[in-house]
Each structure stands twice: as structure tokens, then as C-alpha cells.
Design a protein around this ligand. Structure first.
Ligand code: N01
Length: 533
């Protein structure tokens, strides 16, 4: 068992871990180590290799902006980058800055304990290694702990089963197979069309219908690539100015500022454009129920027009929540997939899954014989991975106990009682409501500035208070309550997908520019709410 000391240890080698390493090692000249569970870098994109896995953010925004050199050197090939291309991109960045030499792969952290006497964090790994560090930075992603529901009999199933977020590296051969897919979130909606093309038969088990807008993916033209290269500064400013960190603006118009004809034209125009920008067609879609109903009805009509089987169309449009208030998916031929002869849809709200046995899935009224089950059933999002790290702070307080009524953080950046530990895109920050790399860059830069401030002032310890965390929690709630987002009681934003998880709206919904301003004001106000010693 070795004991190695560092200035900073970063857990995770995805977008956030790589950039944090670059900033702390190359800019602040700290002695750093990244510990990564996977056998390669990429974070989310290391694990998510399921059929159809690609980013819902357009490639010219799903990118680092901190270096113009990277931006100019790298060329994305499609409107939405696929999982393999994103891994290639991150490997290119890692090689460019020789980040690899300070990244330790195949290293799962199993505990992190604050040693109060020495003001150090002690990390233990599954390989029985021990590390010491002054600063601990979690770069573990928001959706990285997979959720396979506890369905009776799964252990008896003699076929193969997979979770999309833990997909085998050598792909899965669906040819000639009868496949069952549980889950129709952003992931399931990407996976089903691709699985259906390969499998003998696909049965989709849907619990909640999901709005989806066509992605309209395509290969990028020479002209568009040139436009991107020539507009680095403009695009960099744009992603920082928009509430969700994307490279498109939300309309200034309200839904009922225009007459019905113009409204329909706008919806049509954005449906044809495709992608996440549909939710920006009018300013009030996410805040005004009547406005939302108007957009939702348009989408319902569109879906019903695509799906030929009337029974399936009814199941797919039996919405119980407003559009965009669970994470809105975008798709390539998702609804068209239900027009294939080899695809069947089961409404498990009406015909619930009872159990899985040796050869398939039994619902209350039917039996489905299957060779393979795909769980597209989501994640213990935002808090699951942090809690599973088994983090113990001051006074032997474990994070799991501290968060037993839901996450409490200051700005999603620090947790009271856990000194010198920073959480990149932690709960209470805009994170999952934004284009992740934009939110990540803002957090990494803030953390780096803060550590630099400590070094300059010879501070050894930073912590935050319970009082400021509770106050921030109120602001997170207030921001959410100004939108329709918390009205969806079965959303993972509230932790509702995990049995017994506290129901707290976790991300900050006030928008990235407002949040960035708050963080900057706090920094310029001598890091108000943080305590240094
Ligand atoms: O997971 P989800 P996901 N029995 O939780 C169903 C990001 N992402 O992996 O809605 C039966 O959204 C569940 O049903 P319900 C993105 O942020 C990004 O799809 O809870 N069904 C739902 O249909 C996204 O939001 C990209 O009733 C069960 C599905 O499984 C996040 O990842 C691409 C069930 C889970 O949907 C997670 O998406 C893809 C049960 N017991 C995803 N439990 C990018 O582009 C759950 N379900 C970057």
C-alpha cells in the first residue's frame, strides 16, 4: 500500500477533470493527479457507447472554448457529435497538453476522508492505494451512477442485459435477437431506432411518454465549418450569454404576442430546424403553463401525424407533464420507428411489469419472450456518484448523512464541513440544465481562481457555512419555482426516479449568465460565504 501526496487530486477524467488538471497543473503549477475509474478518458462518453449515443448539443457549442488553438485545430464532422468522435476529441486535447501522464486509469476511489489534524484529504482506492492531497476536486459528472430498477426475477434472466450507461466496449450484436428496451428518456429515444434496425424484434416498455423534436443531424458542410472557425469569439461569447449555455438564443417574444397563424409558422420553422432550440421558440414556454400547452399541443399533433398505428400514437402522446420540463430529448427517427413491422410498444402504466423470468418480461396482462434486455432507465443523478465516493468531512460527518434530506451546497461548488473540497457542476449549480462544457469551464475557472487566491494569501483552508448553504438552497428553490420544472413530480431533476431519494429540485434554474454573475460577485466580494484560514 503506497501513500502519495499531491497538492490537488481530481476524481474523473471527462470534460471537467481534463480541464481542471490543465488549469491547476499548467497554470498554477500544482502537483496534481487525476484518478479515473475507467480504462480510458472521456467520462460520460467513456461509458455511454449504446447504439445511437450522440450528444444533443450541437458540436460547435459542445466543445472547449478556453483555448482558441484547440478550437481552430479540431474539426467536428457532424451537427451532433457521436460518442466515438467525442472520445477522439478528448484524447486529442489530452495528448496536446500531455495530460495523460498525470491521469491514473483503472483507479476507483472508494473513500475520501478529511484528516482534520493535518488539513489533508486521504483517498483510498479499490486497488488498495492511498493518496493524500491538500485539495480534492470531484469531476465525476452529474449522470454517472446507473440505475437498474429492482424488478423481481432479473437475476433469473438467461439472456443478456445491459444498462446504456455501462455499455460494453465491443458493441452488442442484436442481429436475429428479440430485444426488450425499458425506458424512453433521452437515451432510450436515441437507442430504439438503431436497435430496431438491427434486431429481429424490439419491444419498447414505456412508463412515461416523452416529447421529442427531430434532431436533424447531418454532416457539416465546408461552409458551416468555415463559419465556425471564423466566429470563435462570437460563439464563445454566445454560449456564455444564453441561459442554457447553447449557441442559440431564446426568442424575446412571448407565445401570445403573436396570432395563431404566426405561432404555428414559428413552431413549424423550429420543428424543421430541429434540435433543442425548439424550447427557445418563445420566451415563456418553460414559465407559463398556457404557453407551454400551446407548444405541447403542436408537438402532440406532429407525433400523431408521424405514428401510423393509432394505439401506439395514443400511448406516445398521452402526456402528463409540460414539454421541456423533464429534460427534452431530440431524436433521429424515434417516432418513425413505431411504423416498423418489427417494433411493438407497451404502455407499462396500464400494463405494468410484474417480473422478469428466465426467458422474458411478464407484465400484468402479457408475456414478452426476449433474448436481450436494454435498460435505458437513467441514473441516480447529481448526488449518487458523490455519495458513493464515501466522503467523510469534519467531525466524521459522512456526505450521505449530511445529505439525507437532499443535497446542500454553497453554489454547487462547496459543501459545509468538507473543507478544501470542490464539486465541479455539483447540485445547486446550473449543470444539467445547460450545455455541460460551458458550465464546466465556468466552474473550473472559478475554482482555479479561488485556489490561486488562497496560494497568494497563504490560506491553507477554505470552507463554507451551513447558513450560507441553506440560504443558497432557498435561492435554488426560488429559481426553480419561477419555472414549470418542479411541477413534474416524476422528474429525475427532483430525484423522483430513485426509490427513497429525497425529493429536492437539484439544479439551479436561474440560467448560466445569472449564476456566473452571482459567482463573480461573490469572488469580487472577498469570496463572501467562504471562510479562509
Ligand atoms: O434517463 P432518464 P436517460 N420502470 O432518467 C424509465 C442525459 N443525456 O438515460 O419517465 C420502467 O431521462 C423512465 O420512466 P419515467 C440527459 O440529461 C444526454 O434517458 O421515470 N421505466 C424514463 O423513460 C438525460 O436527461 C445526452 O416514468 C423506468 C427512462 O427510464 C439524462 O442523460 C443523451 C423505470 C429513464 O429516462 C438521462 O437520460 C442522452 C422503471 N422502474 C442522455 N425507471 C446528450 O446528448 C426508469 N424508467 C448529452
Amino acid at each position: 500500500m503506497s501513500k502519495i501526496s499531491y497538492d490537488a487530486i481530481i476524481i474523473g477524467a471527462g470534460f471537467s477533470g481534463l480541464y481542471q488538471l490543465y488549469k491547476l497543473r499548467d497554470k498554477l503549477k500544482l502537483n496534481c493527479r487525476v484518478l479515473e475509474k475507467g480504462s480510458g478518458i472521456g467520462g460520460t462518453w467513456y461509458w455511454n457507447r449504446y447504439p445511437g449515443a450522440r450528444c444533443d448539443t450541437e458540436s460547435h457549442a459542445y466543445t472547449y472554448f478556453f483555448s482558441e488553438e484547440i478550437f481552430q485545430e479540431w474539426e467536428w464532422s457532424e451537427r451532433y457529435p457521436g460518442h466515438a468522435e467525442i472520445r477522439n476529441y478528448l484524447n486529442y486535447v489530452s495528448n496536446k497538453y500531455s495530460l495523460n501522464k498525470d491521469i491514473q486509469l483503472n483507479t476507483q476511489v472508494i473513500s475520501a476522508t478529511y484528516d482534520e489534524k493535518n488539513n489533508l484529504w486521504i483517498l483510498k482506492t479499490k486497488n488498495d492505494e492511498t493518496f493524500k492531497t491538500k485539495f480534492l476536486i470531484t469531476a465525476v459528472g452529474c449522470i454517472s451512477t446507473t440505475n437498474i430498477p429492482n424488478i423481481k426475477g432479473l437475476n433469473k434472466f438467461e439472456g443478456e442485459y445491459y444498462h446504456t450507461g455501462n455499455w460494453p466496449k465491443n458493441d452488442v450484436d442484436f442481429s436475429g435477437k428479440k430485444v426488450g428496451q425499458i425506458g424512453t428518456g433521452s437515451t432510450g429515444i436515441q437507442a430504439a431506432p438503431v436497435i430496431a434496425e438491427k434486431a429481429k424484434h424490439l419491444t419498447v416498455f414505456q412508463r412515461t411518454p416523452n416529447f421529442s423534436v427531430p434532431a436533424r443531424n447531418n454532416t457539416l458542410t465546408k461552409d458551416f465549418k468555415e463559419y465556425v472557425k471564423n466566429n470563435y469569439n462570437e460563439l464563445k461569447s454566445l454560449v456564455k450569454e444564453t441561459p442554457n449555455g447553447h449557441a442559440f438564443r431564446i426568442s424575446e417574444k412571448l407565445t401570445f404576442d403573436v396570432d395563431e397563424k404566426e405561432r404555428e409558422q414559428k413552431y413549424e420553422e423550429f420543428w424543421e430546424k430541429g434540435g433543442l432550440q425548439f424550447r427557445g421558440v418563445f420566451k415563456d414556454i418553460i414559465t407559463n403553463k398556457k404557453a407551454n400547452d400551446s407548444a405541447s399541443n403542436f408537438l402532440k399533433k406532429k407525433i400523431s401525424q408521424v405514428v401510423k398505428n393509432k394505439e401506439f400514437a395514443k400511448i406516445l402522446t398521452n402526456f402528463d407533464h409540460p414539454y421541456g420540463c423533464k429534460r427534452p430529448p431530440i431524436d433521429t427517427n424515434y417516432f418513425e420507428t413505431y411504423n416498423r413491422d418489427n417494433v411493438h410498444l407497451v404502455d407499462i402504466k396500464k400494463d405494468p411489469i410484474i417480473e422478469i423470468d428466465k426467458t422474458g418480461i411478464k407484465t400484468e396482462r402479457n408475456y414478452f419472450k426476449l433474448d436481450t434486455i436494454v435498460f435505458a432507465t437513467g441514473y441516480d443523478a447529481m448526488t449518487g456518484t458523490l455519495i458513493n465516493l464515501n466522503i467523510t468531512g469534519e467531525n466524521s460527518l459522512n456526505l450521505k448523512d449530511y445529505w439525507n434530506e437532499g443535497p446542500k451546497t454553497y453554489l454547487g461548488l462547496q459543501i459545509a464541513g468538507f473543507p478544501n473540497m470542490f464539486t465541479i457542476t455539483g447540485p445547486g449549480s446550473p449543470s444539467v440544465l445547460t450545455n455541460m462544457p460551458t458550465a464546466i469551464e465556468q466552474h473550473v475557472e472559478w475554482i482555479t481562481n479561488c485556489i490561486s487566491f488562497m496560494i497568494k494569501n497563504d490560506f491553507k483552508k477554505i470552507t463554507t457555512s451551513e447558513k450560507d448553504s441553506v440560504e443558497w438552497g432557498k435561492q435554488v428553490k426560488e429559481a426553480a419555482d419561477k419555472t414549470l420544472l418542479p411541477t413534474v413530480k416524476h422528474s429525475w431533476y427532483l430525484g423522483a426516479n430513485i426509490p427513497n431519494k429525497p425529493r429536492v429540485f437539484m439544479p439551479y434554474a436561474g440560467g448560466l449568465p445569472t449564476y456566473t454573475k452571482i459567482c463573480e460577485n461573490i469572488k469580487n466580494n472577498n469570496y463572501k460565504g467562504f471562510l479562509f484560514s
